[in-house]
Design a protein. Structure first.
Length: 250
């Protein structure tokens, strides 16, 4: 079977989003039945008759659509693969899914789906990917925070599934050129935060770096030591303080 990294790469290789728009039942131009010899002709007919509305342009909404469809694809792939089990998280949990089972003898793996838009240059992301929330489950890896399936250190590994795309405002599907990349998360990490206002660890932005897994750290240990150092000056997490107090009090 190989590693969960290899399995994920095999499953997402060549994967494409198939959601092309939002179906509107009543358009005012209904002509039934609709007859088409293939998906492309069906798409054109639905567009012409006003039944297919464009997908949203907001990045978070687009990312959510991609993630939902990709999660379904991976669940179906696991069902068809002996020895592979998938447990899904929620839309706001970490990770998006867990991989385990007899095929992966060394334990349970976290796999998080990340969607990012290419910059106009085509050589970089428009903005850094947020890999982890730095001041909660990553900073305190043995604690079970709300919104995570299990403590960070309980996983045998942490994997990032990236979906990189070009944005087209004037196309109903909004995206094209989908590029799938899978790496251990630390391999695409940078020394920069993903946001100036939130507590997120950011990825590198160069697409060549992302494809090659050539981040700014030589090992997972170096990555974790850097981002857990006091110099990072994370904001205090009230939930972390509560969990630490509970652990101390026994």
């Amino acid at each position: 079977m190989g590693s969960p990294l290899d399995w994920l790469r095999d499953q997402v290789n060549g994967w494409e989003q198939s959601a092309l728009g939002i179906f509107r039942l009543k358009s005012g131009q209904e002509q039934w039945p609709v007859q088409a010899v293939g998906p492309d002709e069906l798409k054109e007919q639905l567009l012409q008759r006003g039944h297919l509305l464009p997908l949203p342009t907001e990045p978070a909404a687009l990312a959510n659509l991609i993630e939902i469809e990709l999660r379904e694809h991976l669940v179906a792939a696991a069902v068809g693969t002996p020895g592979v089990q998938i447990r899904l998280g929620t839309e706001r949990s970490y990770p998006d899914l867990e991989l385990s089972g007899e095929a992966f003898e060394d334990g349970c793996y976290a796999a998080d789906i990340k969607c990012a838009r290419r910059a106009k240059s085509g050589t970089a992301l428009q903005s850094r990917i947020a890999l982890y929330t730095g001041n909660t489950y990553f900073l305190w890896p043995t604690l079970k925070f709300s919104g995570i399936l299990r403590p960070f250190d309980d996983y045998a590994g942490h994997l990032a599934v990236l979906a990189i795309y070009d944005f087209h405002k004037d196309q109903p599907e909004r995206i094209s050129g989908l590029q799938m990349i899978v790496h251990e998360s630390w391999r695409i990490a940078s020394t920069k935060r993903a946001s100036a206002t939130r507590e997120y660890i950011g990825s590198v932005q160069g697409i060549e770096q992302l494809v090659a897994g050539r981040g700014e750290f030589a090992s997972a240990e170096e990555f974790e030591a850097y981002w857990r150092a006091p110099a990072r000056n994370w904001k205090k997490s009230p939930e972390a303080e509560k969990l630490l107090r509970r652990a101390i009090d026994g």
